[in-house]
Write a protein that binds this ligand. Structure first.
Ligand code: C2E
Ligand code: CA
Ligand code: CA
Length: 569
């Protein structure tokens, strides 16, 4: 039978009062198994543990039964025993208390032997280390798991991927970098709690979609990485859009008619040559992701070396742009706008910018305008172009040369600057230019999307003597109807109408009705991108006012522009 306290047996340590003090001072619980008496001696504090409360059924020499130790820790204990305790041991394990809870303890088991080295008993000391172990386990958990999603964290993901690829490539993989595009908006509008739920839901969705040998983790905020078994763009796109559809089912936002959108970049690991350092591969997937982040809807992009070249070039352009502006590397070209109703006279020009980049030559606007529209630098560049156009007209005036109208492009971001009209007016006034000489062009899409705001800006522009032009009309999805709601001075027909020589009868009919409608509404019409004389004849017949196209002139450096040129067809 178990005995608590000293048990009156002189062989037990507990008999010694100094020893009892020692145990109290060190908060040590002991259990001593004596082979000679066949009894277990326990200090009083041992009563809290299940092993001490019911010692019946203990195998000889064993202090703990399987039911006294946490199932995960039992293998360490059972490994120590053959018939008897084979050697001294120190374990950290969870002992069950009588209330059913487990307590982390440091347990030392020591063999007691007689003078001949024969085993006479086993002395077990038990110390409570619960708090230290629990704290350490929290740290260990944090080191491996994402506290928000509860799944393996990013460092762990990197280790897993690196380890998997280190053994060679068993099958093709895709490394994905995904970003929730409108996540910031969710946090701002619906609050952080909803934001957290979205991330948890997303993690659950990814976890459910990951199969054997695949992995995922959250990099930070709303960015996730995945390693998937896959070898084809179509198959991967299908999996991506399946995940995207599951996102749309997120209940908390369903009533808001809010759709979560994802941008995803993919780095293929199809052959050993594709295997790079894990950070390099993630960077490449992220690079691909960034190329579609600014586009509407959920998108997936695949990394290529060509993409890398482009991104590096864009980075270098961004690094140089401010200096380039100050160093006048952006140069203006002018393309003539020719009146086709009364002879073929130049009546104006459009200012088109190019970048004269040292060491690289002349870069067309298509290479840098979209980039500057993304990073916001377009506002400075547009203003610069406008100012250069004003400076040019002022110089002509000062030299006594005739003036003509110049159209300048204004991008979406410029147009919606709070002080847009004010600043452009200031620049124009600084050069003392009269009203009606400068036209500001913005695209149909920008205008139609923001019809109310445009209405206000248009009214201000008219008051201050600017002309307003609608560029690329017909390229968007707007109907002729929008024309009656928008007051613009000049309508520029999109080049696409003329690309194939207006062969289709339907195209001719459309162009005719747009021109007729514009005339009724008092707008002037410019046909852009006209390359052949027959087209000019047709446009003249239907009442189009002007043509801007290679058929008359290409854009030329501002200094070479000849406004007095006249053309014949
Ligand atoms: P856009 O405003 O629609 O300008 C017309 C483009 O059509 C110009 O290209 C012009 O060279 C080209 N073009 C004119 N006639 C023909 C033709 O007969 N055939 C063909 N194939 N093309 C013709 P560019 O100069 O390369 O400019 C491209 C675009 O870059 C412009 O399209 C405009 O959207 C943008 N851009 C140019 N300068 C500026 C600027 O200062 N600010 C802003 N925001 N955008 C600019
Ligand atoms: Ca234009
Ligand atoms: Ca245009």
């Amino acid at each position: 039978m178990p005995v608590f306290g000293d048990g009156g047996d002189s062989c037990c340590l507990l008999h010694d009062p100094r020893c009892r003090i020692l145990l109290r001072q060190t908060r040590t619980v002991i259990a001593e198994w004596c082979i000679r008496t066949g009894r277990m001696y326990l200090s009083p504090e041992a009563k809290q543990f299940s092993f001490a409360a019911a010692l019946e059924g203990h195998p000889v020499g064993c202090v703990f039964r399987e039911c006294d130790v946490h199932a995960e820790d039992w293998p360490q204990v059972s490994a120590l025993y053959g018939n008897v305790l084979a050697q001294d041991a120190e374990l950290t394990l969870r002992l069950r208390r009588t209330d059913g809870h487990y307590l982390w303890c440091r347990v030392m088991l020591s063999r007691l032997t007689d003078g001949d080295g024969l085993l006479t008993g086993v002395l077990v000391t038990i110390n409570n280390v619960h708090e230290a172990v629990a704290a350490q386990r929290v740290l260990a958990y944090r080191a491996e798991y994402d506290s928000l999603t509860g799944y393996a964290n990013f460092p762990c993901f990197k280790e897993t991927v690196a380890a998997r690829l280190a053994d060679g490539l068993d099958s093709p993989y895709a490394l994905l970098y995904c970003d929730l595009k409108n996540f910031k908006y969710i946090n701002d509008i619906y609050g952080y709690e909803t934001g957290d739920h979205v991330l948890q839901y997303w993690a659950d969705t990814l976890a459910a979609g990951c199969g054997e040998g695949e992995a995922f983790a959250r990099v930070s905020a709303d960015n996730f990485v995945l390693l998937l078994h896959c070898d084809g763009c179509d198959a991967l796109s299908a999996r991506f859009y399946a995940i995207e559809r599951r996102l749309a089912e997120f209940e908390e936002l369903q009533s808001q008619k809010f759709r979560l959108e994802m941008a995803c970049g993919v780095y293929w690991i199809k052959s050993p040559a594709d295997v790079r350092g894990i950070d390099d591969m993630i960077d490449r997937a992220n690079m691909a992701q960034k190329t579609v982040k600014g586009l509407g809807g959920s998108r997936i992009a695949f990394y290529s070396e060509e993409m890398r070249g482009r991104v590096i070039r864009e980075k270098s352009m961004e690094a140089d742009m401010e200096h380039a502006l100050a160093a006048h590397e952006f140069v203006l070209y002018l393309q003539a706008q020719v009146d086709i109703q009364q002879g073929c006279r130049v009546v104006g020009a459009e200012a088109l910018v190019r970048w004269q980049r040292p060491g690289e030559g002349l870069i067309p606007p298509g290479d840098f305008i979209p980039l500057f529209e993304q990073d916001g630098f377009i506002v400075d560049l547009d203003r610069y172009v406008f100012q250069e156009a004003c400076a040019y007209l002022a110089a002509r005036r000062d030299a006594g040369q005739p003036l003509f109208k110049i159209a300048v492009n204004v991008s979406r971001l410029s147009l919606f600057q709070e002080d847009f009209v004010e600043r452009y007016t200031q620049i124009r006034d600084r050069y003392g230019l009269p009203a009606g000489l400068l036209e500001l062009e913005c695209t149909e899409t920008v205008m139609v999307e923001n019809i109310t705001k445009i209405g206000q800006v248009a009214a201000q522009l008219r008051e201050t003597g600017f002309l307003l032009g609608m560029d690329d009309f017909g390229s968007g999805y707007s109907s002729l109807n929008v024309l009656k709601d928008l007051f613009v001075d000049v309508l520029k027909l999109d080049m696409a109408f003329f690309e194939n020589g207006l062969t289709a009868e339907r195209n001719r009919a459309i162009v005719s009705s747009i021109v007729a409608m514009a005339k009724i509404l008092g707008m002037r019409v410019v046909a852009e991108g006209v390359e052949v004389p027959e087209m000019v004849s047709f446009l003249r017949e239907i009442g189009c006012d002007m043509v801007q196209g290679y058929v008359f002139a290409r854009p030329v450096p501002i200094g070479e522009f000849r406004p007095d040129a006249s053309y014949t067809l």
